[in-house]
Each structure stands twice: as C-alpha cells, then as structure tokens.
Unconditional design. Structure first.
Length: 597
C-alpha cells in the first residue's frame, strides 16, 4: 500500500502541474451557457450551512466503535469502473475539472458529471434523489443534501466513519487527519462516530448593506452586531428616504426550503429557547453521557459556544419527552413576544420589504440594482457579487428577477458593508443572536457493494486531498466561472486560499452557531425536527402572520397544536417510539444521528 500511495502521489503532482499549465494557456472547461446561469449565491446554506474557531474537539469515539476497513491485495491494483456525480449545481466547470484530474490519475475509471440544476423548487432535488433509491442499487454515486436522515435510517447510505480511519492514498496519511476536527464533530455521532454526510467547506450567514443608501438615509452608526431597535430604526429611515429597506422573498416554498427568512426565524427561536438545554442534555447514567465533558459542563448563556458538541452532549429522547410532556411549550407569552418583535420589521403593513414579497421568489436583483438597501447572505456573497452584477447586466441571470430589463442592464458594482444578525430584545430573550457558523457541503454515497463504494470513496478522498481541493478552489474562484464562488474557507488542512479571499474571510465576526446537534431552539424553529409535515404547515403560518391574517397569539396557539397533532408522525419519522420516551436513559435502537440537520 505504501508503494501504491507513493505512485499515486507522484501521479497527482504530475496531473496538477498539467492542469495548471493548461489553465495558464487559457484552456480548460468553458463556463456554462448563458441561459443556464444562475446567481452564484443562490445555493441555500446547510440549512444548509464559516470556520468558527472551536476551542476543543469532541472526544474521539473508541476504536472498537469504528470498524476498520482492511486493505486487500486487489485494492493496490489500478482502479476501474464508473462514478456518477449528481449534486445540485450549475457549476459544470468545477466538477468537470475534478473529474478530469481524477481520471488522469485513474485512466480506467470513467467519472460522469451529471449535475442537477437548482431553481425548480427547494425540494425538487430531494424528490429526484429519492426516486434514485426506488431501484435496489441506485446508479448515482455522489449526492449532496442535508435532508437525508430517512435514507440513513433505512440503511441506504454509506457510513463514512470506517473510511476516515483509512489511509488516503492521495496524501499518504489517515484520511480523518486531513479535516478540521470541529467540522467532522458537527456532523457525526459523538458516541458511535457514525457519519453519513461528508463536509468539506465552511459557511457563515450575515447581512450586507449598500453604504451609499445608508448614508443617504442618514445612517452613520453601523455596529458589528446591532440591536433590534437599531435595526427597526434603520428600516424606518431607509423607507423615509424612498428606498426599499430589505430585499426579501416570501413564498411558502422559499420559507419552507431553508432560505433567508428561515435563517432569521431560526436565529430568533434560538434566542428564546437557549435555557432548554438544561432539560435536554445528557444526564449521568444516560447512554450519551460522556465522562470528563458532561460532568464538568454548566449552563452559561453569555458564552455563545456553551452548547457546542465538544462542550455538552444532547439526549434527543429527553428533548422529545419534554415536548411530549409539555415541559417545553409554544402557546405562551414568549412565542407571542418573539413573533411581535419579528413583525416590527417583516409584517407587510410596515413597508420595509418589497410590495408583494410573499409572492416573490427572488429578491436579490432588487439589491443588485440598488433598489433595496439590505440583503441576507452567506460568505459566498463575497465571491459571487461581481459575477452576479455581470450576469444581471448581460442578461444571463437565471431565475425570476424582480427588476425590469433597463434596470438590470444598468447594474454596476457598489460599496457594501456587513453586520451580524441583530439581537432581539424583550423579557423572554435568553441570549444574543447567533447565525449559521458551520460546515458546508454534505456529500453522501448510496450504499452499494464493497468494490463500487470503495471506488466512489476513493474519488472523494482525491477531492478532499490538498491537491483535489486546490483544483476545486481554483475553479470555484475563477472570475470567468459565473457559476463559481465559495461561502467560506475549506475544512481541508494544507489548503491555502489566495490572499485576496483569505483577507476577506478573515474579517468575519463570529457570533456563535445556532445550528448544531441538538440545539434546543433550532430543532423546533421551523416545524419540528425537520419533519416535513410540520415544516410545510409552519411556512404557511409564518406567511399568514406577515400578511396580517394571523395574529402573534394565534401563531403561538397554532404552533403548539401543530406539534401535538403531528407528534406521533414525527416520532415515526425519527424512527422512535413511545417506549423510547419512557426510558430516556437508554439509547433508542432506531435512532440515527444525522448531524445538526
């Protein structure tokens, strides 16, 4: 195996040099056709979702809990077969470059890039993925979504954990050692080490604003993280100056699918339910209790990382039991307070959002054409902004833009600033506003026979090696690639961003992450535990509240009823039973951890 590793490393170096020479000569894959172009920032966060700087790491699972995969003599020979990449993206250039580099090293492997275009509804890709599993052995090799819990529970997805203990032939080192530990810890079961989604990048969400529009409205003080009262005042001043304060879309599909409004709602619920971690954390004697971690932890809402997975363990059964028994409720004054505060900005009657926004699917062009002053983004905005301006001006912007052709053609770059999610205020608020500060990327492989899965994993090993990731980044950051862009630094060690982007991402203001395993607020922020029956109804309730046809009190009452009416179905979705709730100290036999999602 050592000889094979050296041979692959040599071939990798040759392939990378060849690719760089080609790039310098202007060769390589061309950008997608204009009619396929979409805003580079259109991909949703992993709930999609920067390299938040962790202080410690989760205790590594015991060696016996992760079964090592032994090397066989056949694996040292040349690889052969077919790999099908079917992720949701229009960025043919990047994935084809990865495929070509891999095939240069493994000429008997055929890598097919069959991307699925975004923009046909937030769940269209998921529906397509599930149709692939209608056959006993799916043809696709590599899929990517954070919403695959059901497939993991059914035993249809590969567990990455054993492979992470193997040597990566493209580095000569244990594969796990190539990753930032905090990234893996966010998505794997801290007790068993099981992991079904593979992260490889990082992401953060925040607000950007048009500096000249703020100045015209008389707004001169923009702190790194404003209060909600300040945010409301900005909206009032911008409206008075004749601007649309916020570019925001609000169809039920946009709300349900995990876009901008859900980021805000999830951050809000996190601020109002922070202390419930005392009810749901693992107690001594529980299956998930970790000595040296859970016996030293104490609740501290002033520490935005107090509930990180390397600090405290969460017992999902205790969380569900608290919801079932009414220890955690939503038909109360705190839910009313939360909705009323959010409504101060986003209720249509105030005029801070575009007219007709609840029927709008893409408000981004309003920000790009300087008609709207603020926009919620991921870090991908930095790399996509000039490309999106160019796409809009050239008529190559995909999707349903809410501006006329003349305004689109006149789009030009402008100076922008950033600020973190504003802090809500009120008697029930328990902590400052947090955002998505987590991993990006959620690669999964359908479970097949050993030989085929080994081949598919080998491709991901190449992708997540420094050599493969450098190819990925060079193409994602190519100014000519209108479908490119990244949301944050990579999770792969030994990979350097160009100085321009390193400096930009270094400006990030870290406010803490609300999206983590078992976070009490996020699990119940948009429906319950991502159970689709509750997510869809929740999105309708939210839209009706903003349109003024549902009061904050009605929302609170109906949200509690939504939980109660769907609790049995949610338990089944989570592969759990009433017996599990009666014995929260025992590990539920059907439970599969699926990261923070």
């Amino acid at each position: 195996m050592q000889r094979d590793s050296r041979w692959r490393l040599l071939l990798t170096a040759v392939a990378v040099i060849a690719l760089l020479v080609t790039a310098c000569g202007g060769g390589g894959a061309s950008a997608p056709a204009a009619e396929e172009a979409a805003p580079a920032d259109s991909a949703a966060v992993a709930e999609e979702s920067p390299a938040a700087e962790p202080e410690d790491t989760v205790a590594e699972p015991e060696e016996e809990e992760v079964v090592a995969i032994e090397e066989s003599a056949a694996e040292a020979t040349a690889l052969s077969g077919e790999i099908v990449i079917s992720v949701e993206s229009n960025d043919t250039q990047t994935y084809q470059a990865l495929a070509d580099a891999y095939m240069a090293l493994n000429p008997d492997v055929n890598v097919l890039v069959e991307l699925k275009s975004p923009g046909t509804g937030p769940d269209a890709y998921l529906q397509w993925v599930r149709t692939q599993f209608a056959s006993e052995v799916p043809r696709v090799s590599i899929i990517e979504s954070v919403h695959l819990r059901d497939l993991a529970q059914e035993g249809r997805l590969l567990n990455w954990a054993p492979y992470l203990q193997r040597e990566n032939p493209y580095t000569g080192q244990k594969w796990e050692d190539s990753f930032e530990a905090w990234g893996l810890n966010l998505v794997r079961d801290p007790n068993t080490g099981e992991m079904f989604l593979m992260p490889y990048m990082s992401v953060q969400t925040f607000w950007v604003y048009n500096k000249s529009m703020f100045e015209a409205a008389g707004i001169t003080d923009v702190p790194p993280q404003p209060s909600w009262d300040q945010f409301v005042e900005w909206n009032e001043k911008l409206k008075a100056a004749g601007f649309i304060p916020i570019a925001m879309e609000g169809t039920t599909e946009q709300i349900w699918g995990g876009g901008r409004m859900p980021w805000l709602m999830r951050s809000a619920m996190d601020q109002y339910h922070r202390d419930e971690i005392e009810l749901i954390r693992c107690q001594e004697g529980d299956w998930c209790f970790r000595e040296g971690i859970d016996d030293t932890w104490s609740y501290d809402p002033s520490d935005v990382r107090n509930d990180d997975p390397d600090r405290v363990s969460i017992n999902v059964t205790r969380h569900l039991k608290a919801l079932h028994d009414g220890e955690i409720r939503f038909d109360n004054e705190c839910t009313v307070e939360m909705m009323e505060q959010i409504g101060r900005v986003f209720k249509s009657e105030h005029g801070f959002v575009p007219e007709g926004w609840t029927g709008m699917t893409d408000a981004y062009p309003l920000f790009l054409t300087q008609k709207a002053a603020m926009w919620m983004v991921t870090g991908g905005f930095y790399t996509s902004f000039p490309k999106d301006i160019q796409s809009l001006a050239e008529g190559a912007y995909g999707g349903s833009g809410e501006v006329d052709e003349e305004a689109a053609k006149a789009a030009s770059e402008f100076e922008f600033g950033r600020f973190a999610f504003p802090n809500l205020e009120g008697p029930c608020v328990q902590g400052t506003a947090r955002a998505n500060e987590l991993t990006s990327g959620a690669l999964a492989i359908p479970l097949k026979d050993r030989t085929q899965n080994d081949l598919e994993v080998d491709f991901i090993m190449f992708w997540t090696s420094p050599q493969g990731m450098q190819i990925y980044l060079e193409n994602k950051l190519d100014p000519a690639n209108l479908q490119g862009g990244i949301a944050g630094p990579p999770l792969i060690k030994g990979v350097e961003l160009p100085d321009q982007w390193k400096d930009i991402f270094a400006q990030s203001v870290f406010v803490g992450n609300y999206e983590k395993p078992g976070a009490p607020g996020d699990a119940v922020a948009r429906g319950f535990f991502k159970y689709e029956e509750t997510k869809r109804e929740w999105s309708i309730m939210v839209q009706e509240f903003f349109e003024g046809t549902r009061s904050a009190e009605e929302f609170a009452q109906d949200y509690q009823k939504l939980l109660e009416d769907n609790f049995a179905g949610m338990l089944e979705y989570l592969n759990m039973t009433e017996d599990d709730l009666a014995n929260p100290e025992k590990r539920p036999p059907g439970w599969v951890a699926a990261g923070p999602y």
